[in-house]
Design a protein around this ligand. Structure first.
Ligand code: ARG
Ligand code: ZN
Length: 863
């Protein structure tokens, strides 16, 4: 809670901690309402002899404190709301503190809390300080032993590392000791206690060591962890093959919890997951859930090297572990599921989340230089743009030099808390390249704009490319430098034949020209293939060029991109009141031809069928008018539904599979295409289409098919909507993860009455605002993915969101802060709307007792 004006933390102020914590022994005496934590820290002074010992600690009730077994007198230490300070300490000593905490009342879900009757923890970034007094910063590494004691009705007692001694304590309690041989920062500490079912397996590492694998879940749910376990084994093998990284403990455990602020957490040897990202079976989880489970299980596992063995010196270096680890999980998913489809999905997410962030008041560099609350910096910029930077590094250096660089990094910095500079230095050294200019990618915010103009000289058979780049100012950075941008370019003929294969042009000046000889006919440019850099590209391409790419570009990313650009321009033209009816027909025809191409995978065709999203369209129009965009997009969708009706109905039939459910990428691709067909057909709800969708819903035997029809039925409205929602709720009322989907579908309801209904849903008995999954399913889905209804001209959508933010902020600031974003872009909307968005931001800002988390974002949005 806010006391006075909060002071930002600055990278420039970094100082090493003046003490080393050589060992940390923690004793937990667990009780839901009064847990006692005893910490025994073996401390050695490494800094100046005059430095006091200052430990972080919040909301702790200090019961006792001693140095080398001698209790401290009240005048020997000071405790305030955030710290424990001991002015004079010896050079080497053991500090013992005993504190009491109350996990049952912890609804912030950071530190030690209860979820579903079990104890669990979330310490990253700064939760450990609510468990015990400690230097809660990532550069203080210590060896931990942990003793957990609890009532026997909490049968499983888990912490990091390897299990040791255990036994009974009296009649009703028991204990277990854990030792983690690897020094770690406290944000990687974890503890779980409770009744859990176990899915067990083993993995033999590349050097022949046996690792026990355990996934622990709610009683009765073990079979739903099978896909996560399979993903884990594939990820372990992949990291050995691709990065030479082997697992290092005898046990790797994952626990699923229902109440969790984020996706998952990479605690050493004991990952803790949001159950939505771990539990899956065909009946209750969609293919998208499977895909995310595979990616997040891999992500958290990969952190064992990129994050745990090598961690961050300070939180400004967060991208060191997150950007690199996202790059690693994206590469893994590409290898598991197909590179082109994976790349399209990753870029779609990057643009929707990161480009939007970079274009607004919260734009910040991948390595920021100041913050109020570090929790607010777990952003798409740190994660997704951070991953794009690594991807460009690999493109620029080539596969072999990139691997040499990563080997050097793992070798040189193992066991350390380090910096982005040290990381990049390894790649510079391994490749012999100067990466000074490349480093600017970390320090400069904003999405660069790149333009390419072409000039073809038919007589000389030469093509001149003129490339330029510029980056618009972002908060605190008025002047931008040119960045080194790898632009992958190939050429096609007007007939769609390959004229020239992909070449990487490194654009590192504001303006550059390239001349290519031997271009035998007037070329069609295919630039930024595979989305080789996170930039906005403008070229002098005409619509006819885009049709060539849409039909024939061997680079599937650019083939998809051409289709998206055509659709986007048509929607924007219509929203601006200048519809191009001929162009719309032409687009629908070309789409039809792409859909019958036997060489293309169903998963790819499903992506072709998905029109640019409303939020993406809003980002491309200035100022944005969400109602007009919704209308225009819907009109194009209807035109496609009518124009391609027979084809879509035929494909919908052909993609149906009769056999056993398979979670494979191929099978998921067929389901995706089938669902994409009915999503379009729903825009033309004539009887046979409606019957087809209802039939699809009623015959569905897996959640992908069921959800695939539920949204179209909701969007059609009327009886179709009521019946489908009621049936779905009745079938799934006892399954929290499925009920989340029921709320989310209604969050996206495009009908006029959606806002009213969403507000009414918040007083449903099933709506639990203390559960972040449930809250986000309804509130965040509505605010982020239903622009036409969120931006209601009355401002009621904004008031609703502000009310929710304030209500949640009272108990869970981390999650409340993550709801602020949809209001943040107020300047991009037409003034009647933007003004009302601003008013709600002002109202939130003036709220007494607002958390620092929300304050920081609201203040920046208003700045
Ligand atoms: N390190 C976790 C992950 O990306 C996320 C932790 C989120 N913590 C936070 N304070 N936002 O895998
Ligand atoms: Zn991560």
């Amino acid at each position: 809670m806010r006391t006075d004006t909060p002071q930002p933390v600055r990278l420039a102020d970094y100082r090493p901690f003046p003490f080393a914590i050589e060992t940390t022994r923690l004793v937990f005496d667990l009780h839901p309402t009064a847990t006692k934590v005893t910490a025994e820290l073996a401390i050695r002074r490494v800094g100046d002899a005059t430095e006091p010992l200052v430990l972080d600690g919040e909301r702790l009730k200090l019961l006792s404190i001693a140095i080398d077994g001698q209790a401290l007198g009240a005048n020997q230490f000071v405790v305030d709301a955030e710290h424990l300070t001991i002015a004079e300490v010896p050079d080497r000593f053991v500090l013992t503190t005993e504190v009491e905490i109350d996990p049952s009342s912890n609804k912030a879900l950071t530190g030690l809390y209860m979820s579903g009757g079990r104890f669990c923890t979330q310490c990253e970034a700064e939760g450990f300080r609510t468990i015990t007094y400690f230097p809660d910063r990532p550069d203080v590494l210590s060896r931990y032993t942990v003793r957990i004691e609890a009532d026997r009705k909490f049968p499983h007692l888990l912490s990091n590392g390897n299990p040791g001694a255990f036994g009974q304590v009296g009649e009703t309690r028991h204990f277990l000791e854990w030792t983690d041989p690897f020094p770690k920062p406290c944000y990687l500490f974890a503890l779980v206690a409770g009744d859990l079912d176990v899915l067990a397996d083993k993995f033999i590492t590349m050097s022949g060591r046996e690792v026990a694998l355990r996934i622990l879940v709610d009683p009765g749910q073990a079979s739903r962890a099978a896909y996560a376990l399979d993903s884990l084994k594939r990820a372990m093998k992949w990291d050995e093959d691709t990065f030479g990284r082997e697992y290092d403990l005898d046990l790797f455990a994952i626990v699923a919890v229902r109440d969790f602020n984020f996706g998952a957490m990479e605690n050493k040897g004991l990952n803790i997951f949001n159950s939505a990202l771990l539990l899956a079976d065909p009946e209750t989880a969609t293919d998208l859930d499977y895909e995310r489970i595979e990616a997040v299980v891999a992500h958290e596992y990969f952190h064992n090297w990129t994050g745990n063995r090598i961690t961050c010196r300070d939180w400004f270096q967060l991208c060191l572990k997150e950007g690199f680890t996202v790059f690693r999980d994206q590469s893994f998913s590409a290898d598991q599921r197909g590179a082109a489809v994976q790349r399209i999905k990753d870029v779609r997410a990057l643009r929707a989340r990161q480009f939007a962030e970079d274009a607004g008041p919260l734009a910040h560099p991948v390595r920021p230089s100041s913050y109020l609350k570090i929790d607010n910096f777990y952003t798409a910029t740190i994660y997704e743009k951070g991953a794009e930077i690594i991807r460009m590094l690999k493109t620029i250096l080539g596969d072999a030099a990139f691997r040499k660089g990563s080997d050097l990094y793992f070798d040189r910095h193992d066991g350390q808390a380090t910096t982005v500079e040290a990381f990049i230095a390894c790649f510079a050294e391994a490749s012999g390249r100067d990466l000074t200019a490349f480093f600017d990618w970390y320090e400069q915010a904003g999405t660069p704009s790149v333009t390419i103009d072409t000039d073809y000289d038919a007589a000389a058979k030469a093509l001149t490319l003129t490339l330029t780049q510029s980056t618009a100012p972002t908060p605190g950075q008025p002047n931008k430098k040119p960045l080194p941008i790898p632009v992958a370019i190939g050429l096609l003929s007007a007939e769609g034949e390959v004229l020239r294969d992909t070449e990487i042009v490194l654009l590192d000046q504001a303006r550059q020209t390239v001349r290519w000889e031997g271009v035998t006919s007037a070329p069609v440019l295919s630039a930024l293939r595979g989305f080789s850099a996170p930039v906005n590209l403008t070229t002098d391409a005409r619509a006819s060029d885009r049709y060539v790419l849409f039909a024939a570009d061997p680079d599937l990313f650019n083939r998809w991109e051409a289709g998206q650009t055509l659709a986007r321009d048509l929607i924007l033209a219509r929203a601006a009141g200048t519809p191009d009816e001929v162009g719309e027909e032409r687009y629908a025809d070309a789409l039809g031809r792409a859909l019958v191409d036997d060489a293309a995978e169903p998963a790819f065709k499903a992506l072709l069928l998905a029109l640019p999203s409303e939020p993406d369209l809003a980002l491309m129009s200035d100022p944005a008018d969400p109602a007009a965009l919704h209308e225009a997009r819907d009109t194009l969708r209807t035109r496609i539904a009518v124009h391609l009706g027979d084809l879509l109905r035929r494909l919908h039939g052909e993609m149906q599979s009769e056999g056993e459910f398979s979670a494979s990428a191929e099978a998921a691709g067929r389901r995706a295409l089938r669902n994409a067909c009915i999503e379009i057909l729903a825009a033309d709800p004539r009887d046979d289409n409606l019957m087809r969708i209802v039939g699809h819903f009623e015959a569905s035997r897996n959640m992908t098919d069921m959800i695939g029809a539920l949204y179209p039925l909701v969007s059609i409205g009327g009886v179709a909507r009521e019946k489908a929602l009621a049936n779905f709720h009745f079938a799934w009322r006892a399954e929290p993860l499925v009920l989340d989907k029921w709320f989310a579908v209604q969050g996206r309801d495009p009908n006029e009455d959606a806002l009213e209904r969403v507000i009414a849903l918040t007083s449903y008995p099933d709506f639990e605002p203390t559960n972040p999954n449930r809250l986000r399913a309804l509130v965040a889905t509505f605010a982020n993915f239903n622009p036409a209804r969120f931006h209601d001209p009355s401002g009621a959508g904004y008031r609703f969101l502000a009310d929710q933010i304030l209500a949640v902020d009272a108990f869970n600031p981390t999650t409340a802060a993550r709801l602020v974003d949809p209001l943040g872009g107020w300047r991009r909307y037409k003034p009647e709307l933007g003004q009302q968005m601003r008013e709600q931001l002002e109202r939130i800002k003036a709220h007494p007792g607002l958390s620092r988390n929300v304050l920081e974002l609201v203040a920046k949005a208003l700045d």
